[in-house]
Ligand binder design. Sequence first.
Ligand SMILES: *[C@@H]1O[C@H](CO)[C@@H](O)[C@H](O)[C@H]1NC(C)=O
Ligand SMILES: *[C@@H]1O[C@H](CO)[C@@H](O)[C@H](O)[C@H]1NC(C)=O
Ligand SMILES: *[C@@H]1O[C@H](CO)[C@@H](O)[C@H](O)[C@H]1NC(C)=O
Ligand SMILES: *[C@@H]1O[C@H](CO)[C@@H](O)[C@H](O)[C@H]1NC(C)=O
Length: 329
Amino acid sequence: MDAVCGLLLLLLLHGTSHGVETFCDGRQNGTKCYGALGGTVVLRLMDDASKIFSYQWIFNTTTILRLRNNMILSNLIEKRSSFSPSNGTFRINDLSRNDGGEYTLEVYKDNSGTNQEKRTLQLTIQAPVSSVLLVSECLSQGEMKASCSSEGGDSPQYRWTLGGRTLTQTQLLSGNSESQNITVKQDVSGELVCSVRNDVSVVRKEKQTCGFTFLQCTLSNGTYISNWFPPAYETLCPQPTPEGKEPDITVSNKPSIKITSSSHTKALPLLYCGLRAAVVFLILTGIFVYFACKKNDLKKAEGSAVHEVTEYENDSVVMLEMRSSASRL
Ligand SMILES: *[C@@H]1O[C@H](CO)[C@@H](O)[C@H](O)[C@H]1NC(C)=O
Ligand SMILES: *[C@@H]1O[C@H](CO)[C@@H](O)[C@H](O)[C@H]1NC(C)=O
Ligand SMILES: *[C@@H]1O[C@H](CO)[C@@H](O)[C@H](O)[C@H]1NC(C)=O
Ligand SMILES: *[C@@H]1O[C@H](CO)[C@@H](O)[C@H](O)[C@H]1NC(C)=O
């Protein structure tokens, strides 16, 4: 476990000490190159150095690199640099401000000393931007006051974008797309980004705009409103949606009302039905019992067919009574 932590720490330290690496193609005379303080710069000085007889690389007035027939004769900054003759690149690590200045390459195509070619490049060392601070505030009407600041970097340049596009003057109440302090109009919504760059780094920070919405309606308590409101108040007005559908508020309320009202109107007939069924059942049971008793009586009395008819008449009377009692319920 400790070994893993140690390894992670080592990797982190390695990652931070490595610094920023920049590349510059210095094959054209007068190229401007930039290196990050504490970082690495890779300079392309020529195409292929292996065919060149001899050359030297001079910083300000000091010769720092000297080669002849592909042999490095001297390299003053050997410890933190390397030269690759095959592709003509010179790599300098651990850059300090003292590395900034003019570098001149002198190429000799033969040993005559006269067939000479010369070109220079200007190396500028900059401290990279280490952090960006974006402070913002929503004003009462939803305008956004935003302030961007940075730490560590040399000659930082600020730029504001909204949803990937440079902020335009029509979206701003104060400042411009390159100011540190700006005020964004309330109808501008999206992701506001402040990016701070110099020639060796770019760091950005983003914030959502205030996202106010304009509400205009009469509230349920009779208050008329017509103003910009923060996102939390979006549902204050029962506004119809663009598709002409019913507004959200009523949609969420109506079904519950419908359910309660329909449950009343459905529950009542159900109740009547149930009661009727129960009454019918009771009466039918009564008839059954009545018949069972009558049969027993008949067996005892041994009555005529006329007798039976009257008995049925009695039944129908009972049935009529049952119906009237049920409808009374
Ligand atoms: C140049 O060559 C060296 C060594 O062969 C290699 O490490 C480096 O990436 C090359 N650089 C470029 C820019 O091709
Ligand atoms: C190299 O020259 C530049 C001006 O071109 C100067 O600012 C810098 O200090 C010089 N560096 C050294 C180490 O002499
Ligand atoms: C930006 O505003 C801050 C305060 O919010 C102020 O300290 C700073 O000086 C302003 N910067 C510019 C460039 O106006
Ligand atoms: C009506 O309601 C709004 C929001 O709920 C409230 O701000 C306002 O004071 C109320 N108005 C009255 C007259 O009660």
